[in-house]
Design a protein around this ligand. Structure first.
Ligand SMILES: [Zn+2]
Length: 157
């Protein structure tokens, strides 16, 4: 069963930036290739196998670590199309505050009309920034950029 969700309101767009990370592998220390431990020696060059460190480029920020730190007050499951753009995390509110415009739009519940007063938009952004001030501050200390936007998010869950 797939749920189609639409939410209209404020959300956060964060650019992660890239960082060099390291990890330890087991294999040929000369060829820098992973090998199974039981082989003992490299099948290519005969060098005794051991541990070695490789560096790689990855997103600077892990969104799951962020959500843990901010106690899931904002969440991103990386299910949004937008989030599939490399290095961009989109967060939205996971707690009740002020106006929440969210609807299941899949069958059989496809219905609904709600008027939005455009004058409410700037006020909603301010309310969002106030409510999540601490969380946004924390996110700004990690991400390359953090912007609060107002619009439509649609996703399947
Ligand atoms: Zn080797």
């Amino acid at each position: 069963m797939v749920d189609y969700n639409v939410r209209v309101g404020p959300f956060v767009v964060c650019k992660t930036g890239k960082a060099e990370k390291t990890k330890t592998l087991f294999g040929c220390v000369k060829c820098k290739k992973s090998k199974e431990r039981h082989l003992g020696f490299c099948d290519k060059c005969g060098t005794k196998l051991g541990e070695f460190v490789v560096t790689y480029i990855d997103d600077k920020v892990d969104d799951f670590e962020v959500m843990e730190h901010i106690k899931d007050r904002l969440f991103t499951a990386n299910v949004f199309e937008y989030s599939k753009i490399e290095g961009v995390h989109v967060y939205l509110s996971n707690i009740k505050y002020g106006e929440k415009r969210e609807a299941d739009v899949g069958p059989p519940d496809f219905n609904g009309m709600q008027e939005i007063d455009p004058r409410d938009v700037p006020e909603e952004i301010v309310r969002f920034e106030t409510r999540f001030e601490k969380d946004l501050k924390y996110m700004r200390s990690l991400y390359a950029s953090v912007e609060v936007k107002w619009g439509i998010l649609a996703w399947c869950s």
